[in-house]
Design a protein around this ligand. Structure first.
Ligand SMILES: Cc1cc2nc3c(=O)[nH]c(=O)nc-3n(C[C@H](O)[C@H](O)[C@H](O)COP(=O)(O)OP(=O)(O)OC[C@H]3O[C@@H](n4cnc5c(N)ncnc54)[C@H](O)[C@@H]3O)c2cc1C
Length: 490
């Protein structure tokens, strides 16, 4: 039966929504067989609590961008809804297929999906070629060889997109396949808040970073408002694969060679390396999605308080810096590193909530949600790894230091606009006389702090420091260091 069918190389896009430096696409095209690029809006992800419409809009914009590039070749991505196996079964009615994709280090749901797909492919004699995308390697026992593997992966030449004539299925052939599938509408409404998806936008951000924004990278990295411009803002483009890490790293090296100030670029380069370092950790300890990497902390039982969680999610905790950051995140999908760490530290330490109660909500908000960074970072900020310094951020001190004029706070909490600058990070300090003077009612115009941040900081810090001496925490810390630390690090 199969021999009568036309052979088709199917490139299954996931978090690799680009044409350039796409190893799976490159190899599919090198097969010289007819080729189809496929994206499946999977029901399991559309309904999963880590994902939200902001992610799917970004994906749709990325696919439109690819389609715009493909239009000249009279082709497009087949964009459908369903399960990958169901969609491939439809393709199999007409074609004999070989599958090409990148390896994914994702949540349990996509791992299970990949295992099911592998069984299905094997049982049907379908070949599935998987390629590395992030310099993250499967089945590594430890990090002894990782940095060498990662470096040679990142130093490989860029894979060009160069199909031969009419190799990609024509729009007409794709339209005929669509008749048996649920086609996804790619239109999204414009938003002034979210970074727009797509390979061209990724390039735009990369170029503007090297054209000048990079100069203030280190200076403003912790400033909630200024970092939005001086950081690269490449995270959603990297997370959804609009640009490969290899492209970003090689461009960074080129810029240094061409005379860009290397002291300004080296802290950026370090962070680029952290990306795969974190994802590799998650690849090797994927239960981190559900439980702390250090088993000693499983004994830490915290009760979920829905009122606290609601106040935190809505930016109504009464602590201006926390509330401004949360409102900003919900509206724009982005926070710089320090603000992410601060809001997580607040809810986990000061509100004493389990990290599992916030990871889904935060994943839905971050436009750049990358499971391999998300879960390890949350656990680091929660102080539940046993190997990182415990940091409980003081939101008032951070506000005064990083938003001294209160610009960020005022942008997101206009209720505070009647107050003079000195009260913007501590509105609860105004006296009743000042309250009349400024026509501002603390507790009514803006909530009173839901906790005493000093008392709760002390309690959290004592509990976590005591746990550090627990024998299982210590044993696990040793195991984690042996398994995840690079050889040249202490
Ligand atoms: C609780 C928490 C959750 C986070 N979740 C994510 C996430 O889901 N996705 C994500 O991309 N980043 C995450 N980060 C890391 C970091 O905050 C963002 O990568 C960064 O703020 C993105 O902005 P940028 O692209 O301008 O970064 P830049 O500073 O310009 O860095 C360039 C790139 O380097 C990588 N990078 C930077 N900082 C880190 C870091 N600390 N760890 C790992 N990689 C890094 C990212 O790919 C980033 O795009 C998280 C941090 C915390 C504290």
């Amino acid at each position: 039966m199969n021999s009568e069918k036309i052979k088709l190389s199917v490139v299954w896009l996931k978090r690799d929504l680009r044409l350039a430096d796409h190893e799976a696409l490159y190899h599919a095209l090198s097969s010289k067989k007819p080729c189809l690029i496929l994206y499946v809006f999977e029901e399991i992800l559309l309904n999963d609590f880590h994902y939200s419409s902001r992610h799917f809009n970004f994906i749709k914009q990325s696919l439109i961008d690819i389609n715009n590039q493909l239009a000249i070749l009279n082709t497009q991505v087949l964009c459908v809804k369903g399960s990958v196996i169901e969609v491939l079964e439809v393709l199999l009615k007409k074609y004999s297929i070989v599958l090409y994709s990148h390896q994914e280090t994702g949540i349990g749901l996509t791992f299970d999906r990949d295992k099911e797909l592998k069984l299905w492919a094997d049982s049907g004699g379908i070949q599935w070629y998987e390629f590395l995308q992030q310099g993250v390697f499967r089945r590594l026992p430890n990090r002894k060889k990782w940095i060498h593997l990662w470096t040679s992966h990142m130093n490989r030449p860029i894979f060009n997109f160069s199909p031969i004539n009419d190799q990609l299925l024509s729009k007409a052939s794709i339209a005929s396949l669509e008749k048996d599938l649920v086609v996804m509408d790619l239109q999204t409404s414009k938003s002034k808040w979210f970074q727009p998806g797509g390979e061209q936008n990724a390039k735009r951000y990369l170029n503007s970073f090297f054209e000048g924004r990079y100069l203030n990278y280190q200076k403003y990295i912790s400033k909630p408002d200024l970092a939005r411009k001086s950081c690269s803002r490449l995270s959603p483009y990297i997370a959804w694969g609009n640009i490969s890490m290899r492209q970003v790293l090689q461009r960074t090296e080129e810029e240094k060679e061409n005379g860009k100030i290397s002291s300004a670029l080296s802290p950026f380069g370090s962070r680029l390396r952290w990306q795969a370092h974190f994802i590799q950790k998650f690849e090797m300890e994927c239960r981190m999605e559900y439980e702390s990497i250090n088993k000693g902390y499983h004994a830490l039982v915290k009760e979920k308080d829905q009122d606290y969680l609601n106040a935190w999610e809505k930016g109504q905790t009464g602590i201006p810096m926390v509330d401004a950051a949360m409102r900003c995140l919900v509206t724009t999908g982005y926070l710089n590193f320090r603000m992410r760490a601060l809001v997580v530290s607040f809810v986990i330490h000061q509100l004493w909530q389990p990290w599992q109660a916030i990871s889904g909500f935060l994943a839905r908000q971050f436009l750049d949600f990358e499971p391999g960074i998300h879960f390890p970072q949350i656990q680091m900020q929660a102080g539940e790894t046993g190997i990182n310094t415990l940091r409980i951020y003081n939101p008032v001190k951070n506000g005064i230091e990083h938003d001294p004029e209160g610009k960020f706070v005022l942008q997101w909490i206009p209720e505070l606009s009647k107050l003079p600058q000195r009260f913007l990070h501590t509105p609860w300090e105004i006296t009743s006389m000042e309250s009349i003077l400024y026509d501002f009612k603390q507790g009514e115009d803006y909530p009173n702090p839901i906790v005493d941040i000093e008392k709760t900081r002390l309690k959290a810090s004592q509990t976590l420091w005591n746990l550090k001496n627990n024998s299982l925490v210590k044993k696990e810390s040793k195991r984690i260091l042996n398994r995840h630390t690079l050889p040249n690090r202490s």
